[in-house]
Design a binder for this molecule. Sequence first.
Ligand code: BG6
Length: 483
Amino acid sequence: MQIGESTTVVIFGASGDLTSRKLIPALYSLYRKNRLPGNFRIVGYSRSSLTDEEFRDRVQAVENGRDCEPSHAGQWTEFSQMIHYHSGSFTDEGGFKAFDERLKGYEKGNTNRLYYLATPPQLFTSIVGNLGRTGMVREDGSWRRVVIEKPFGRDLQSAHELNHTLHHDLDEGQIYRIDHYLGKETVQNVMVFRFANAIFEPIWNRNYIDNVQITVAEQLDVGHRAGYFDQSGVLRDMFQNHMIQMLALVAMEPPSSFEADAIRNEKVKLFSAIRPISDEMVSQETVRAQYEGYRKAEGIPADSETATYAALRLHIDNWRWKGVPFYLRSGKALQKKTSEIIIQFREPPHVMFPLPQGYTITSNMLALRVQPDEGIHLRFEAKVPDTAADMRSVNMDFRYADSFGGCSIPEAYERLLYDALNGDASLFTRSDGIEKEWQFIDPIIRGWESKHAPKLATYKRGTWGPKEADKFLARDGRQWLTV
Ligand code: BG6
């Protein structure tokens, strides 16, 4: 892959958590894999006053890398020399001009720039506005790209307005709206699994699939992000982006090519086919819950109604999926961290075996394990040896660690930064896509705030969520499945 000769990555909001936890480690890993251009630098930008050295120290925790990686002392010292820091305001245009001059001083000539907005969302428009007014996003022999972190708006209207404002200074092709779930290998593998194998796609439809379940469970509670989370809630935090993107990859039609727009067109078509959940339907189609003790956490109002858990039942109105329910659930403070997509197939139409009293055949299940223990498992019935026709469910397993080694899966941010540097927008959300996502979530949020809202259930920490979520599936004669 070709990356232009001289490139600068500017991180706005560089003193924040994301920079030291994700962005610098991702860039460092790319450096170690020799995937960064020779003439490269990272410039952190924040309000805090720090010297280059102090900033380097702050992000140096990455030096040890992951346990399974070979030791690389020395490389960090070399890499850290590419890291600089500039302190300034996000709203002062004059400050941006001075910053631009400083960047030019490092760059000495035609240089590509990737601006990463890792700031609180209220700053996005003033940063892009200043970049626009100072000519810092003008493409003049080299490219200028802007990566925008989530949340992208807090409803359809604000997302639409944000798109509109960004388009004043940037072409759509310069905007990279990030959803880090799309950078996960296992999420990308959904497309390879479906479209690089001939045996799954013919059965990937209403004739063979009974239901689809997508779970993103987190063990952590809201912790120090209470202020942000209480304003967002689980629907905005997890469903509007990660959950719905995974749904799109599972359910969309095969794109005609691997081009960014071919993939994104199919996703938008899929989003358009999701049946909207109206106010009146919201208590039928959703469960909302909060873990016990949430209201006692620092920064959370004692009467907060914010949901930390949600389960939804969705329908996709097209030929492929008519009548197949998609159950999505995600929550904080659950039993363990696990993300998986489960495809439950229909039962065989006729059972010829003399089954023991009370035994029913378990239908086939395909589990795409997103994390941890990444892999794919297919459950099917097998004959128990030395019996006439007794059966038991067994698994056929593929584990990334076994097939590709324990360190084969890079961090999602590494892939996304690499793609943004290479101008590949396939794993980023286009303006119409993000608005479609909100178009789907908005009515549910409104329904939850209306008189039709389902009662806010509660659940104990360390469980799999509220019992209401189990009843929700039991009502359809189903249960939540897990590998
Ligand atoms: C983020 C959410 O986008 O994703 C967090 O804001 C959540 O609340 C996180 O914890 C989950 O990401 P991962 O990669 O740890 O599953």
